[in-house]
Design a protein around this ligand. Structure first.
Ligand SMILES: [Zn+2]
Length: 483
């Protein structure tokens, strides 16, 4: 499966495909007028002059797949870095994108295509994706979404309100707002659009034939009011999983009696089976081992928890917003879907850690395919806001222009090479001294002259880098995975 052991030492190190950095400033000029990374002149010789250590370089050099477009810009199957380098050297291809590194063939090639399935682990904050063929994984990555939509809209609203209040009398207006059917809150609409955009971008570099989205943690249709319809705790593995997932969701993944989280939780009968309690969902709850033992033959009420007994009969509250988005996504794309409980079951069976990438891999139908060994980590950013002027007036009531867009050919969130470090411009200053940070926002240089920087690529709504696939830290993985 994954070559985790070797990569562990690379924890936190960032790697870009075989130092895809031209030696001259040619890229800067190539990019200046448009953010589209088209027809970038490229010095092939520098490709192997990598600044990373040997292991990393070789590992990455050998494993990073290069995405290939045909002469007409349609995606073909990706090729190895070596082959891409040869094609570039022979002048048979040109570079069209840096991250993920993609080339376009300059000669006609029909190219063969395989079935590529894309799995999407749709998330509120992070989207995981993984594209697989029958034999191997082609790309895997995570995209962190923006979460500031709501806050920014509220800010804008107060600014506008303030401004209007300062102005002349305005006749009250009303009835001039409407919401169309299927309206989503802007923050949710943004998430939906982001998912679609991501999928579209991937479709531009890979011949994806099928998209699968995980819609919900369990099948709500099947589980419609199981308390009333009398679904029982079946013994079949998958079915057992679904009821358990349902119960975990309903009881918020904590012990119903002591409220403990992140401990192994057991499905527990409110009226014990020994006293005629049924296997129905309305008689089940989630408890830690201790509470389960302590409760013994007692009913929840006798144990001192009449509330639990009452709540057990209540169906689960309306599914979370995220489920709406996921379903919308499926409807808009007309793609396939799967359920989280199934993903979890299969991931556990494969012995994979819980991570967005692994989930996406499993969603895509991944089993024993060769993994990529690296991950594209991405984060949505915005280079500008839309205000023309700063909100606060200067002394004397003068207004200050909002922000600069470009300084010495650099823009906000450009990926740049500073010495041997690849980082991003987080703070753009007219003086030409910038604030450089890594993807996570850790400081690389607070006040670095533009003269020391070389542009690698523009942000295009997100910043991205390649990381070796270190075994991802399980996120809040309680011992539930043992079930
Ligand atoms: Zn407990």
């Amino acid at each position: 499966m994954r070559k985790e052991g070797k990569n562990t030492q690379q924890l936190g190190r960032s790697i870009t495909p075989w130092s895809a950095v031209p030696a001259s400033g040619s890229v800067v000029e190539g990019l200046k007028d448009s953010e589209r990374v088209g027809a970038v002149s490229f010095d092939v010789k520098t490709l192997s002059n990598n600044s990373e250590e040997h292991i990393t370089r070789e590992q990455v050099e050998h494993s990073v797949l290069v995405f290939v477009l045909n002469k007409h810009g349609k995606p073909l199957m990706p090729c190895t870095a070596g082959k891409a380098r040869r094609l570039l050297k022979q002048g048979k291809a040109k570079v069209v994108n840096m991250t993920p590194f993609s080339i376009q063939l300059l000669y006609g090639s029909s190219g063969y295509k395989q079935d590529v399935t894309l799995g999407i682990d749709a998330g509120y904050k992070t989207v995981g994706y993984s594209a697989v063929t029958a034999g191997r994984e082609l790309i895997a990555g995570e995209l962190e979404l923006r979460t500031d939509i709501k806050r920014l809209l509220e800010k804008r609203r107060t600014y506008r309100r303030d401004r209007r209040n300062r102005k002349w009398y305005r006749k009250p207006r009303f009835g001039n707002r409407g919401r169309k059917d299927g309206w989503l809150a802007p923050s949710l609409e943004h998430k939906l659009r982001s998912h679609i955009k991501l999928i579209e971008r991937l479709k531009q570099i890979l011949p994806i034939s099928r998209v699968i989205v995980e819609v919900a943690s369990f099948d709500t249709q099947k589980m419609q009011r199981p308390e009333i319809s009398g679904v029982e705790y079946q013994q079949g593995e998958l079915q057992g999983y679904e009821v358990r997932e349902y119960l975990l969701e309903k009881w918020q993944r904590k012990c119903a009696y002591c409220g403990k989280k992140n401990v192994p939780l057991e499905v527990e009968h409110i009226v014990p089976k020994s006293r005629g309690g049924s296997d129905r969902v309305s008689n089940l709850t989630i408890a830690c081992h201790e509470c389960n033992q302590k409760k013994g033959d007692l009913t929840a009420e006798e144990f001192g928890f009449p509330k639990v007994q009452r709540q057990a009969g209540q169906p689960l509250k309306a599914a979370a917003f995220m489920n709406i988005i996921r379903w919308k996504l499926v409807n808009m794309l007309g793609c396939n879907w799967t359920y989280g409980s199934i993903t979890k079951y299969r991931r556990t069976k494969l012995g994979l850690e819980k991570s967005h990438v692994n989930d996406a891999f499993v969603i895509a139908g991944g089993t024993n395919q060769e993994r990529t060994g690296y991950i594209y980590m991405g984060k949505q950013v915005r280079r500008q806001n839309r205000s023309l002027y700063k909100a606060n007036l200067l002394k004397g009531g003068r207004r200050k222009r909002n922000t600069v867009k470009e300084v010495k050919g650099f823009r906000r969130f450009d990926k740049v090479l500073f010495g041997k470090v690849r980082c991003f411009i987080f703070g753009l200053r007219t003086r030409g001294y910038f604030d450089l940070r890594d993807l996570e926002g850790n400081k690389i240089g607070g006040d670095v002259s533009y003269k020391k920087l070389r542009l690698i690529e523009r942000s295009r709504g997100m910043i991205q880098e390649v990381r070796s696939a270190i075994p991802l830290r399980p996120e809040g993985r309680s011992l539930l995975a043992q079930f």
